[in-house]
Design a protein. Structure first.
Length: 149
C-alpha cells in the first residue's frame, strides 16, 4: 500500500500545486477585476491592489508549474504579510480574526517552495535545471522500496 502511495506522490503534488495556484489566481482576479463576486480594488491602492496582482500572477505561475518555487515563495510571503498586518491585530487565532485563508495559503505555498512543482509542470518542458534534478531524484526515490512503519 505504501509503495503505491509513494509512486503517486509526485502526481498528487502536481494536482495540489495546480488547485492551490488556481484558487489563489481566482482570488487575485476577483480583487483586480471585480469578477467571481469579488469587490474590485482601486487601481494602485496599497496594499490591496498590489496583493491582488501578486495573487493573480503568482497563482497562475504556480498553477502552470512555471517558476513554481520562486512564485510560491513570493506568494507565501505576501500571505504572511496579509495575516500579520491585516488579520492578526484583530485577534490572536486565525479562527477569531478571519485569517484562515491567509494562513492556509501561506503554509501551502511554503510547502511548494520546498517540494517543488511535482511530476507534471511546464518547467519540465522548458528544461529548468532545478526541475530536472528534482524529477531525477523523484525517479530514483520511486525505485527505492518504501519502509513501512
Amino acid at each position: 500500500m505504501l509503495i503505491r502511495l509513494n509512486q503517486a506522490q509526485p502526481y498528487v503534488l502536481s494536482l495540489f500545486r495546480f488547485v492551490v495556484g488556481l484558487l489563489f489566481a481566482f482570488h487575485g482576479a476577483a480583487t483586480l477585476f471585480g469578477v467571481f463576486g469579488g469587490n474590485q480594488a482601486e487601481s494602485g491602492a496599497w496594499p490591496g491592489w498590489y496583493a491582488a496582482l501578486i495573487q493573480l500572477v503568482c497563482g497562475s505561475l504556480v498553477a502552470l508549474g512555471l517558476g513554481t518555487r520562486a512564485a510560491a515563495f513570493l506568494a507565501s510571503g505576501s500571505m504572511a504579510y496579509a495575516y500579520f498586518k491585516v488579520h492578526q491585530p484583530d485577534a490572536l487565532l486565525p479562527l477569531q480574526n478571519g485569517g484562515e485563508a491567509s494562513a492556509m495559503f501561506c503554509w501551502a505555498f511554503l510547502l511548494l517552495v520546498f517540494t517543488g512543482p511535482g511530476a507534471v509542470a511546464l518547467d519540465r518542458f522548458f528544461g529548468s535545471p532545478s526541475t530536472a534534478a528534482t524529477a531525477e531524484s523523484t525517479t530514483r526515490h520511486e525505485k527505492t522500496p518504501a519502509v513501512s512503519v
